[in-house]
Ligand binder design. Structure first.
Ligand code: SAM
Ligand code: GLN
Length: 290
């Protein structure tokens, strides 16, 4: 039987995945091989001509077959980097997106400009998924307790794994429930943030197979015009925000105007501001509770 070297395998797999319509074929073949060999991707280049054992080859072949079926690399590896943290992901949770790091950046910017380090903050995140957002927030903001709610028990299982494997679990409280239902009206937060589902229902079937076939629909589907969650949550959230507290939301790139309108018509917020992501798309909207 032929003995394959690392470089031969990367080339052959890259070509194969490319033929399957995968645009990131080369990098995917490297990431999967590094994972199967228990190495960092950079190490592959140092050991380019090293042989791969039949056992390693068999594990790699399974991973490549899954990728050829368009399963996202993050689900095959079992994790995704977010805010320099390795976040465990399984099919029950959305894979955290790089653009969501901007939600964290905005939250940190607002907290550092409005509160001092010795003030205790109470933060609520709605729709925690993998737990990526509360973990990033807990890493950056020492003086905060963070409540994170999701209605999906599968997502919460993964979030719990991530939070338990982290140093911050005592400051993150996971709650299973539908948006704010689990909270009593006396609960008041300084910051409420969310990356809600915001894709239009009729758009989902046109998305890449990686997203539409593998990621949970309830994490993506924002209803007929993608705005269901903003319409429902923005007025509800007002009752849970302290005076001068901040609401920080991720939005789809064509939704800034509509979400601004919802915020204005609730009559509860001012200082509404839209922040663009690194691709110059509207991505985050912030507003202060009156
Ligand atoms: N926060 C994660 C992130 O940014 O990677 C996941 C965000 S995902 C776009 C939206 C999340 O909201 C999903 O985990 C979904 O289960 C949750 N969700 C949807 N409807 C909800 C509801 N009514 N109440 C609580 N969570 C909900
Ligand atoms: N940004 C995600 C995507 O394009 C959608 C996340 C969401 O609905 N909040 O797949």
């Amino acid at each position: 039987m032929k003995t394959w070297t690392i470089s031969e395998l990367i080339k052959k797999t890259g070509d194969y995945l490319h033929k399957k319509g995968i645009r990131t074929s080369r990098i995917d073949s490297e990431l999967l091989l590094a994972h199967c060999l228990n190495k960092d991707r950079i190490d592959l280049y140092m050991e380019f001509e090293s042989p791969v054992t039949p056992e390693e080859l068999s594990v790699y072949r399974d991973a490549v077959m899954r990728r050829a079926e368009r399963e996202p690399v993050a689900y095959i590896l079992g994790f995704k980097e977010f805010w320099s943290t390795r976040i465990i992901v399984t099919k029950g949770v959305l894979i955290p997106r790089p653009e969501t790091e901007l939600l964290i950046e905005e939250a940190i910017r607002i907290i550092r400009s409005e509160w001092s380090d010795d003030e205790q903050l109470s933060i609520l995140e709605i729709g925690t998924g993998s737990g990526a957002i509360p973990i990033a927030m807990a890493k950056e903001i020492d003086n905060a307790v963070i409540f994170s709610v999701d209605k999906s028990p599968d997502a919460l299982k993964v979030a719990r794994l991530n939070i338990n494997s982290d140093d911050f679990f005592s400051r993150i409280k996971l709650v299973c429930g539908d948006s704010l239902c689990a909270f009593k009206y006396q609960a008041r937060f300084d910051i409420i943030l969310s990356n809600p589902p915001y894709i239009r229902s009729d758009e989902i079937d046109g998305l890449e197979p990686e997203v539409k076939t593998f990621e949970p629909r309830e994490a993506l589907d924002g209803g007929r015009d993608g705005l269901d969650f903003y319409r429902k949550w923005i007025p509800e959230i007002a009752a849970f925000l302290k005076k001068n507290g901040w609401l920080i939301l991720e939005i789809g790139d064509s939704q800034a105007k509509a979400v601004t309108k919802i915020l204005i018509s609730s009559a509860c917020y001012n200082k509404i501001n839209v922040v663009k992501d690194y691709s110059k798309q509207d991505r985050i909207i912030v507003a202060q509770r009156k």
